[in-house]
Design a protein around this ligand. Structure first.
Ligand SMILES: [Zn+2]
Length: 260
């Protein structure tokens, strides 16, 4: 692999939630890397469809998972982990919500670590511990860390932009900082959300649901630069390019970095 990548998805994180969560690390990360506060997710703005689009770089219409129930693809498209694995890379995934297991076909992840986030306080922190231990021991090429507390315990339980919601984002950002401190010298780190939310729900085409923030930390990205016109479909081809992995012809997103 040319470079190693960690992708962190903070479920349900809105850009204004990120900016108003009160954690000073947010500004620090935005100065350190490139970022956008206006990236667009896909419709429906629902967790599994959005993550399938994140990993397969096509809209839900094309990959066929349009609800949180996984639908096997009729005309299968290779996803990010399949591509990395076939190129000889080692992938691991850590997630607090079980359906995330379906983002990669069986056999392409060395580790798929699920824990039920509702069984633990601060599940995001425990998952981050597990991911960091794995990274330390194995030095994998790609790690996906999926943090669910912001969506479940903040947004759905109390409400988007509530104090509880903002606290969940702040705590998730603390976890991002731990990953950056431990791995930032060896990994390019991308932080994103899958969708936003409003009231106590999401899934609509409202801007509050469709607009997501992203922060890109690594030598490929200019410090402090704000990117525009970014789509969730751009993540897989951008990561593939950073890692030197081939991009399937079906993928529709743009590459946000210069290839070599
Ligand atoms: Zn949700």
């Amino acid at each position: 692999m040319k470079n190693k990548v960690i992708l962190i998805s903070i479920d349900g994180m809105r850009p204004d939630g990120l900016m108003q969560c009160g954690n000073p690390i947010v500004k620090e990360l935005m100065q350190q890397g490139s970022y956008t506060l206006t990236a667009q997710t896909v419709f429906p703005s629902v967790t599994l469809p959005c993550h399938m689009s994140m990993f397969h770089s096509v809209t839900p219409e094309r990959h066929g998972t349009t609800t949180n129930a996984y639908a096997p693809q009729v005309r299968p498209i290779d996803g990010l982990c399949e591509q990395i694995s076939r190129a000889g890379g080692v992938c691991g995934s850590f997630f607090g919500w079980e359906p995330i297991r379906d983002l990669s076909l069986p056999g392409y992840l060395q580790v798929a670590q699920y824990m039920n986030a509702y069984s633990f306080d601060h599940a995001d922190g425990i998952l981050t511990d597990q991911a960091l231990t794995y990274i330390d021991q194995v030095q994998p090429d790609f790690v996906f860390l999926y943090l669910v507390d912001t969506d479940e315990k903040g947004g759905h339980d109390v409400g988007w932009m509530s104090d509880a919601y903002l606290d969940c984002i702040s705590y998730a950002i603390d976890q991002v900082k731990r990953v950056v401190d431990a791995c930032g010298d060896r990994y390019t780190i991308l932080v994103t959300a899958d969708h936003g939310g409003h009231d106590r729900m999401h899934g609509t085409d409202l801007p509050e649901d469709m607009t997501i923030p992203m922060i890109f930390l690594g030598k490929e990205f200019e410090p402090g630069k704000e990117l525009s016109d970014v789509s969730i479909l751009d993540l897989a081809p951008t990561i593939a390019t950073i890692m030197g992995v081939p991009i399937p012809r079906e993928w529709e997103g743009n590459v946000l970095v210069k290839g070599e």
